[in-house]
Write a protein that binds this ligand. Structure first.
Ligand code: NAP
Ligand code: G4F
Length: 341
């Protein structure tokens, strides 16, 4: 029997990767897309030409339209990836962030229940390693207490628990993937990895003079989005629903990320100064290429985020394939090919 999946957030980074993965596995894929979306889905691997791929215009705030779509599609699996996913923006728009991330998740779960699809439709919730925020436990696993440090993570905390609540109250097949940072060549530039790889390439090509960043000491556990969507799918294929940390188990600072990316374009960086005065120079010429700009600092920072993916390895047989160095190379290579302005 052909399986049917519904993806919210199909125009985003993970939506793009998982739609390809599911289409390759023979699924019929339905995606929810906002009318206002600037993402050009027709460019994503020629996906729109695929007769097994269907788009539905809807906003995750529109409960009655969500009900109609789910009633029509009757999905075997829903991947809830739609989110206001940018932490910096969440400080500026906390209420909007909660509306999309927290209540959006509730609306989908309630739609499944209202339509009597509790036993048919399996549900994946994109939770985040940022739930651990200020955790003192390193690395973080499924039983590490949460301590969210920004409105985005707080909104995702509600979504995490409402997902578990529906699993327990209505015996629904609902899984939380507690996803640590995952990146790719299609990561938008308002996330630090892509900001860095694109700037390294633009500086190398003489299109940009300097890169301005915020907290260079922040550390993250960065993996490849293509590996992480595989874990999402695996969670929904198990006999029992459960929650899993998906991470590489390695952590790097933003400063490391800069060094790796600039090295990929042939530029060695030497650092001087501390805090706001820290600067990165081209080791060959002495030219300052990286400076700190306080506008990119956050009112609060999540501390050391690094996940322990042992449970996913043991129960799902999942392991990340692409390591940090390969990820940076992949992103820089893509930017070298396409960045022209
Ligand atoms: P992303 O690139 O920011 O994609 C977000 C998607 O949500 C886009 O398709 C966006 O559509 C859609 N969306 C936003 N607001 C919406 C609304 N009101 N109604 C309907 N759709 C809406 O995010 P991602 O990196 O792919 O992440 C996927 C999910 O995993 C998110 O829930 C994120 O919070 C979570 N997550 C990501 C990471 C990571 O490192 N990437 C880590 C942990 C958790 P438009 O194209 O219209 O903007
Ligand atoms: O790339 P970022 O904006 O990602 P962040 O905040 O870790 O959030 C991402 O990962 C979460 C999982 O842990 C997801 F849930 C979330 O949806 C999103 O995908 O920032 C990474 C780090 C931060 O510590 C930030 O302070 O980089 C630091 N940083 C330093 N300079 C910067 C900059 N971040 C951005 N975006 N821009 C800068 O100029």
């Amino acid at each position: 029997m052909t399986k049917v999946a519904l993806i919210t957030g199909i125009t985003g980074q993970d939506g793009t990767y998982i739609s390809k993965l599911l289409l390759d596995k023979g699924y019929v894929v339905h995606g929810i897309k906002r009318e206002s979306s600037t993402a050009r889905t027709e460019d994503k691997g020629g996906a729109q030409k695929n007769i097994n791929l269907h788009f539905h215009f809807c906003d995750i705030t529109d409960y009655s339209k969500l009900i109609r779509i789910i009633k029509e599609v009757r999905p075997d699996e829903i991947y809830n990836l739609a989110a206001q996913s940018n932490v910096q923006i969440s400080f500026d728009r906390p209420e909007y962030t909660a509306e999309i991330n927290a209540l959006g998740t509730l609306r989908l779960l309630e739609a499944i229940r209202t339509l009597g699809l509790e036993k048919k439709t399996r549900f994946f919730q994109a939770s985040t390693g940022d739930l651990f925020g200020n955790s003192l436990e390193i690395p973080q696993n499924e039983s590490t207490p949460f301590y969210p440090r920004n409105p985005y993570a707080v909104s995702k905390l509600y979504a995490y628990w409402i997902a578990i609540n529906y699993r327990e109250a209505y015996d629904m097949f609902v899984c939380n993937g507690i996803l640590f940072n995952h990146e790719s060549p299609i990561r938008p530039e308002n996330f630090v990895t892509r900001k860095i790889t694109k700037a390294a390439v633009r500086i190398k090509k003489g299109l940009q003079e300097k890169l301005y960043l915020g907290n260079l000491n922040a550390k993250r556990d960065w993996g490849f989005a293509g590996d992480y969507v595989e874990a999402m799918w695996l969670m929904l294929q198990q006999d029992e629903p459960d929650d899993y940390v998906i991470a590489t188990g390695e952590t790097h600072s933003v400063q490391d990320m800069v060094e790796f990316a600039f090295r990929e374009v042939g530029l060695e960086i030497e650092w001087e100064g501390e805090g706001l005065e820290k600067k990165g120079r081209n080791a060959a010429t002495g030219e300052i290429l990286i400076e700190v700009d306080p506008q990119f600092y956050r009112p609060l920072e999540s501390s050391l985020l690094v996940g322990n993916p042992s449970k996913a390895r043991e129960k799902l047989g999942w392991m990340p394939v692409v390591n940090f160095e390969e990820l940076v190379k992949m992103m820089v290579k893509n930017d070298l090919k396409f960045v022209e302005s």
